[in-house]
Design a protein around this ligand. Sequence first.
Ligand SMILES: *Cc1c(COP(=O)(O)O)cnc(C)c1O
Length: 362
Amino acid sequence: MIKTPVPRVGIDRIALYQGGESRIDGRSDALKLSSNENPFGVPESARAAWSDAARELHRYPSADHSDLRDAIAEVHDLNPDQVICGAGSDEVISFLCQAYGGEGTEVIHTEHGFSMYRISAMASGAAPVEVPEVERQVAVDCILDGVTDRTRLVFVANPANPTGTMIDASEVNRLARALPSDVLLVLDGAYAEYVEGFDGGAALVEARDNVVMTRTFSKIYGLGGLRVGWGYGPVHVIDNLNRVRGPFNLSKVQLSVAEAAARDRNWVRRCSKENAACREWLSRSLAAVDVPSDRSSANFILARFRDEEEANACDAVFREDGILVRKVRGYKLPDCLRITVGSESDCRRVVDSVRRFREVKK
Ligand SMILES: *Cc1c(COP(=O)(O)O)cnc(C)c1O
């Protein structure tokens, strides 16, 4: 027998990330509501920065990201020395697992939690530990019950994906206080901008020594294709994350475009206002045809059906109508479909399609 190279223990058990679908065979006009992308696209400010940055591509980018960190810190009123930037918040999640996870440790995520937590934990050699939610909502007591002396990280998205639900500040504070002081609580704020007046957990980061917040340019900033996210944490944590970060993990283009977008406050205001109005209309209209959803605090809703069969039947009608939504069986929600809140006319198409689905069944 010829030996072949063998990966580290557990690597071959990592389930590949399943992204939202982006095409329907035979159609070029599919409406993509499967990845929580911004229906208004990319801000003009970011487009302009893109063409400027393209002129300097022979130069290496900044290794310390100071301009982008300063912009983020200014806009969110944070300390730039406590900010770290990555290729999407996915990369920041991976830094956290590399630096604090690893063989012999456990990483907690919740029942319907974002799948990158599990993937990154396993990639580091850590054992992912899933704890229950209660009615599609993160439950602090279930998390605390899951803590052992091997726990090093706890991941909580607030608002959560794919449920769209949120836990309030008092619960997040209770969790942070009750966790052992050597366990890092990671608050994933990918959708924080959609919640008016919400700081994503920044104040808690500043008040404690074991809380980190992650944020992204992929959602409200409309830059999922650019791949920029960031983390905010205590100086000692950021210092360790920087040790595992590649010096040139972000290109000049990524850095300048994200900086321009960060400073574009009108864009965020406009998109979050529009999203809230369309989201309320969409969830009310679907409820009226017997498709309920939990109150969402993000840019999508989780539509609930009687069972998996009904969810799949509605998905089939969506496809006939050229609409792509996200099946969430992999998130243990087989009877649900996650639908990104699009523009007003996108939402109308969704509602028309669900009405047709209800008609077909009669
Ligand atoms: C979309 C999303 C992210 C962001 O991923 P990026 O790598 O920044 O594109 C992080 N967490 C959650 C819960 C998300 O839904």
